[in-house]
Every structure is written in C-alpha cells, then in structure tokens.
Design a protein around this ligand. Structure first.
Ligand code: KIV
Length: 277
C-alpha cells in the first residue's frame, strides 16, 4: 500500500495534528471518557473528537473511592474495548497510578502497552514540572502524550482530598508552571482539571497546545466529561457537570418493568418465541 492510499484510508481520523489545527482556528474540542465497545461506538458516531479511557474507571466502573487501585492490565483491557468501537475519534489511554511514576523507562514501557496491546493513539498522565522528563521520554518513543494538571486525582493524598487547585496566587503560579512544563516537554494537549475559570483562561491563552477543561470554566480549547456523570449513571452529580441524560432513572424504570413482566408472565410474549419448523 502506498503512503497516499494509507493516508486516504485514514483521512477522517482525528489526529494530534487535527487538534493542533483546531486550536489555531479557535474551534473547540469535545472529549468524553469511554470504557467499553458499546459507548465508544455511540460516541464515535456522534462526533466526539477524543475518547479518553480514563482511570476514572476505578470510580465509575469498579466502584472504588479513588482511581489509585486501577492496574495497567485493567487499563489496557478497557482501552482495547474502546478502540474496537472507534473509527474516527482519537483514543487516549490514561496511565494508571504506579505505571509512570517509578522511572521514565517504566513509563515508556507501559505507554507502549497502551499502543501495542490497547490500540490507543496517545496516552495521558498526571503531573507537570515533576513529570516533564517522563513526558519527553514517552514522546521520544513516538507516543503522543496528553498532560493533566491542576486537580490531579492520583495525588489525592498529597492534596488532602479532591480540592480545587490554584485558588491562591502561589498555587496558581504552580499550576501555570506545570502546564508550561508539560508543553515544553512535548505534550500535544493538556487537561486542566478543578481550577478557577480565570486561571484556566490564562493558561489557555499562554499555551500553544490545546487545553481540555473539566471543572475549569468555558475558556479552554475543549471540554471533557466523565460519561457516567453526563449521562446520570452515578448517584450524585458534581457541581461542574452538566447532565445531558438520565440513563440511571431510565435503566431503573426498564429493569422494574422487566421484573414486573416476568412476575406477571407477560414476557416473553408470543412474538418473542421461536417457532418449530
Ligand atoms: O480519568 C479520567 O476520567 C480523567 C478525566 C477526568 C480527565 O482523567
């Protein structure tokens, strides 16, 4: 296959270059988390640009209080399910706690697993200045890296809880320095989580790479939400989330109706039964 035909078979795929162009043109980027084939396919066909296989799977899929227990094998497994449902969106595998903090070599090895075994086109990791060398090393291994600064859930114990970051002047300069370090290290985009909208707006103006906000106000180059939050599948909704559907209530109604039909012997009805030849 020539390089031209390779390019033409992939021309509708969102790439890191597409996202850079979006920032230059002032066009926003829509990113959602996904953890399986079914949701990935729906989101991919609905114009979502980036699907993040977030380590939030620890919370919303596995039921943990934090993302810390998520393992590499679990993350790669969920990434594989998502990439199978994706034709257009850029798939980003989220590096779980412990998979990139020990050494840059370890980080590169684990990032490669996301691409080789999971089929992801990029990885995401949390941290700014302290992770710059690691981001540079993964990027040098030809794997695009999305940074993540501000409220970084894997640092829950250092932060003393899931606290908004950058409210004081000192904290704000640290978050800005982190975002600049991530860009300098070669990241193609950066998630800004849990910070005042003014700070996210300033970072977005200063950086050349796209910023993707969550709880970071409207001035970011893109926005990301966790699918269970935006579809009403959790039992509470954080203040920064807009809930676009109530699948939790719809699912409970469907389950109750099914149980009632079974009890009343209304299901299966004749149209649901196979006939003998
Ligand atoms: O794991 C995740 O879902 C995330 C998003 C909140 C950005 O990191």
């Amino acid at each position: 296959m020539s390089t031209t035909s390779v390019a033409s078979t992939r021309e509708h795929r969102i790439t890191v270059r597409t996202l850079a162009a979006r920032k230059r043109r002032g066009e926003r980027i829509a990113m959602l988390t996904a953890y399986d084939f079914a949701f990935a396919r729906i989101f991919d066909q609905s114009g979502i640009d980036v699907l993040l296989v977030g380590d939030s799977l620890g919370n919303v899929v596995q039921g943990h209080d934090t993302t810390l227990p998520v393992t590499m094998d679990e993350s790669v497994y969920h990434t594989r399910l998502v990439t199978r449902g994706c034709r257009r969106a850029l798939v980003v595998g989220d590096m779980p706690f412990g998979s990139y903090q020990v050494s840059p070599e370890d980080a590169v090895r684990n990032a490669i697993r996301f691409v080789k075994e999971g089929g992801a086109q990029a990885v995401k990791l949390e941290g700014g200045v302290a992770m710059a060398e690691t981001i540079a090393r993964i990027t040098r291994a030809e794997i695009p890296v999305m940074g993540h600064v501000g409220l970084t859930p894997q640092a829950v114990h250092r932060m003393g809880g899931f606290r908004v970051q950058g409210r004081s002047a000192d904290e704000a300069s640290q978050v800005l320095a982190d975002a600049e370090a991530v860009q300098q290290a070669g990241a193609f985009a950066v998630v800004l989580e849990g910070m005042p909208a003014e700070l996210a707006a300033e970072i977005t103006r200063k950086l050349e790479i796209p910023t993707i906000g969550i709880g970071a106000g409207p001035e970011c180059d893109g926005q990301v939400l966790v699918l269970h939050d935006m579809l009403g599948l959790n039992d509470w909704t954080p203040a920064f989330v807009k809930q676009y559907a109530d699948l939790g209530a719809a699912t409970a109604r469907a389950a109750r109706a099914f149980a009632e039909d079974v009890a009343a012997q209304k299901f299966p009805a004749e149209e649901h039964c196979y006939k003998a030849r």
